[in-house]
Design a binder for this molecule. Structure first.
Ligand code: 13P
Ligand code: SF4
Length: 368
């Protein structure tokens, strides 16, 4: 199958043989509604080879909800949102973890499993949020706001996590902020680096929030006007949005939650027509499990998530590239904020229903 992302992968496509067919026929029904047979024949040889190598090497693939369906349904051993993948990594007994997601997710796996080999099929699979903030930035913030707990979104580098009190994901951000304020006895929490997630959390709590001028380049492109147009063109459509979207977008939505929160909403409510205001592969993956729901499709692609492909996953398992390596001292410091988050007994996913005007106490940015 074609892969345009690097000269190193310009190899001849693998053939679709009888052996490949025998190894993959049982998987095709999972994606048949979306992937035509002719395309499947270009994917199946990679799927067969990846699944063989996983067994041979005792490897698991952790697939984020934004992976394309052939990865999500046919080679992923565990699929989910950032929090679920971190939990799976923490309890995995595989020797090798292949992260079908972006680099910060692979770092999280390595921090939780320092003795395992963690591979990222393309090391350039970054994230605009993770790129917006450094460990040095966090140290400066701590000087400026002494005694204020630092909550960082998991979409950050290991260096940033090493400066953090407790991590959060979109599925638990409200509860983690309230927990951090109670633990530290403060009325203010630093929640970085996503200014929109911070504003959306601020709308749900009385805790004052200091945030950072970071944003997800995929979700910040959605506007409230987009949502109004979608509603006009699709009367009765249910609008679900990710909390990395700006607050005025969430104010127009029927529900906002993490990637798995949106997926569960569709599963539980079976709306007739739905639109997921998030990355494009989400709708594909959720649609395959909910055949009676019609998906309205405006969406934005995450260029980093889309760097992960079947040929790159195969190559990663064959060559053991690209291994995620982190300074052991940073691992040591970065592990406790992630483990603290995982250990929190949260009863439900964070909701973002905009209870009051979304205020933040301060929006900080890099000085230079
Ligand atoms: P989730 O934690 O909701 O899976 O989000 C991760 C992400 O990168 C969304 O853009
Ligand atoms: Fe980062 Fe946004 Fe891509 Fe998620 S969708 S990985 S937050 S750039």
């Amino acid at each position: 199958m074609p892969d345009s992302s690097g000269p190193e992968l310009k190899t001849a496509p693998l053939p679709y043989t009888d052996e490949v067919k025998a190894k993959t026929d049982h998987l095709y029904p999972r994606v048949a509604k979306l992937i035509p047979e002719i395309e499947w024949r270009t994917m199946a040889p990679y799927i067969a080879a990846i699944n063989d190598l996983k067994k041979e090497k005792n490897a698991v693939i952790l697939a984020h909800n934004y992976m394309t369906p052939e990865i999500f349904y046919c080679v992923g051993d565990f699929a989910g949102d950032s929090l679920q993948l971190a939990k799976e990594a923490a309890k995995s007994d595989a020797d090798i973890i292949v992260q079908a997601g972006v680099h910060f997710m692979a770092e999280t796996s390595k921090i939780l499993c320092p003795d395992k080999t963690v591979l990222i099929p393309d090391p350039k699979a970054g994230c605009s949020l993770a790129a917006s903030l450094t460990g040095a930035d966090v140290r400066l913030l701590k000087q400026k706001y002494p005694g204020v707990p630092v909550v960082t979104y998991v979409n950050t580098t290991a260096d940033v996590k090493a400066e953090t009190d407790i991590c959060c994901t979109s599925s638990n951000a409200v509860e983690v902020v309230e927990y951090a304020a109670a633990e530290f006895g403060t009325d203010t929490v630093i929640l970085i680096p996503d200014q929109y997630l911070a504003r959306n959390v601020a709308a749900m709590t009385d805790i004052k929030i200091v945030t950072w001028a970071g944003a997800c380049e995929v979700h910040e492109r959605f506007t409230a006007e987009d949502i109004r147009e979608i509603r006009e063109g699709n009367p009765g459509v249910i609008v679900l949005a990710h909390p990395e979207c700006p607050p005025d977008v969430l104010a127009e939505a029927d529900f906002a939650g993490s990637t798995s929160g949106m997926s569960n909403y569709v599963k539980d409510n079976q709306p007739k027509n739905v639109v997921l205001i998030t990355e494009c592969s989400m709708s594909d993956n959720v649609a395959l499990e909910n055949p009676n729901v019609n998906f309205v499709r405006p969406c934005n692609l995450c260029p980093y998530m889309k760097m992960i492909s079947l040929p790159k996953i195969l190559r990663s398992l064959q060559t053991m590239e690209h291994e995620v390596l982190i300074d052991p001292e940073i691992i040591e410091k970065a592990r406790s904020p992630i483990e603290r988050m995982i250990a929190l007994p949260l009863k439900r996913q964070s909701m973002y229903t905009h209870q009051h005007a979304p205020e933040v106490f301060a929006l900080e940015a890099r000085a230079s």
